[in-house]
Design a protein around this ligand. Structure first.
Ligand code: MG
Length: 390
């Protein structure tokens, strides 16, 4: 039986994408690249084309496509180069693609997830925003038997592994997501107004892209992961707990009806969950050393502080509101994070702006169109409230 996966790697030049391509390089008998998609990092993309020889490559727009063409014009391997949302869609639905690794950042990842599942493909999901925005639609697709979903986010991969490579388990009582607490875990509330972008970008345990690193500093990342867990594993919000675990060694817990708990542990690295998803859990060697438990000595767990980090409650509120509310949570957060990264707003304003958007939003039932409109509305709301403060 040929169990080689033929891959679309979306976000190939980002943190998840480059690590995924490393796994591909080390496992050529099991993995091959058919398409690559990246936004703007065309020089790295040109190198990836030389190494992985994809059939088709998608970039953000015609400008990036032109730049990429000129970079590879003398090479022997010439992939088809496409751009824009239609190009991204072609990279997902290329006839040779069996599995889509979605490592795109933010709302841009939502349409490709729906396209991949809608055309019966396996989607390896690192783009949690897909589930936050369109969890209802994704669950409907999976229920109708169209496509399959494997989590790549480290916490959700941990839960998937603890459940025996399943998204549902009849004995599952509860999930406990672990959170590092981010760089501001021990900073007093009165410091929050003066926190800088640099401080927020220096994560103590995980090395990730800027958007998710800021989400980790506000703890919105964990808020988004509660929503992600709800849609992946089908548990109600009150059965998804969060515990602070600063060392990021335990990647999450599952609790069964019989009182037994399982957890997955490793050094904090995305290499394990990425390879686990790509290789279907075959447990081949990685570059990750097993933990030295005696050297580790102890593992610390603490309750989250929702006063300093209101993002957790905002996410639970959005999940309770349902429909388009989670898309508003996501869109307003992305926009506020980008204002913070540009030095335009103070750190606590990220959560304030998300809260204000959630309060002002009129919730609609989820449909692809309603989600896109809610996302756009949320971004406009954040920008309008920013403009009103200057
Ligand atoms: Mg995570």
């Amino acid at each position: 039986m040929n169990d080689q996966k033929s891959l679309a790697i979306l976000g190939s030049t980002g943190s998840i994408g480059t690590q995924a391509l490393d796994v591909v390089s080390r496992n050529p008998d099991r993995l091959r690249v058919v398409t690559l998609a990246a936004a703007t990092s065309v020089e790295l993309l040109a190198e990836q084309i030389r190494q992985h020889k994809p059939s088709l490559v998608s970039v953000r727009g015609p400008k990036e496509a032109g730049l990429l063409e000129s970079l590879i014009k003398d090479d022997s391997h010439q992939p088809e180069i496409v751009s824009g949302p239609a190009g991204l869609k072609r990279s997902v639905t290329h006839p040779d693609v069996t599995s889509v690794l979605n490592g795109l950042v933010g709302a841009s990842g939502f349409a490709p997830t729906l396209d991949g599942l809608g055309t019966g493909r396996e989607v390896l999901l690192a783009n949690k925003e897909s589930l936050v925005m369109a969890g209802d639609l994704i669950r409907d697709l999976l229920r109708s038997g169209s496509g399959s979903l494997i989590p790549v986010d480290s916490e959700h991969s941990a839960i998937f592994q603890c459940l025996g490579d399943r998204l549902e388990h009849p004995g599952l009582e509860k999930i406990i997501l672990t959170a590092s607490g981010g760089p501001f875990l021990n900073r007093p509330a009165e410091d929050f107004d003066s926190l800088t972008v640099e401080e927020a970008l220096s994560h103590p345990t995980w090395k990730m892209g800027p958007k998710i690193t800021i989400d980790s500093a506000t703890m919105m990342n964990k808020g988004l992961e509660i929503i992600e867990a709800h849609y992946l594993f089908g548990l109600p919000p009150e059965k998804i707990d969060v515990v602070i675990h600063p060392a990021s060694i335990v990647h999450s817990f599952v609790v069964f009806h019989d009182g037994s708990m399982l957890a997955q542990l490793s050094h904090p690295t995305m290499e394990v969950p990425i390879q686990y998803a790509l290789l279907g859990g075959s447990r081949r060697q990685t570059r990750v050393k097993p933990l030295d438990l005696a050297e580790l000595g102890k593992l610390e767990f603490l309750p989250p502080d929702s006063k300093r980090f209101p993002a957790l409650d905002l996410a639970r509120t959005a999940l309770k509101l349902g429909g388009t509310a989670t898309a508003v949570l996501n869109g307003s957060n992305e926009e506020a994070v980008s204002l913070f990264l540009d030095g335009k707003i103070r750190f606590p304003m990220i959560s304030e702006m998300v809260g204000s958007a959630l309060e002002a939003h009129e919730v609609k039932e989820s449909s692809e169109e309603a989600i896109i409109n809610a996302d756009r509305w949320a971004r406009e709301h954040v920008n309008a409230s920013f403009l009103s403060t200057i």
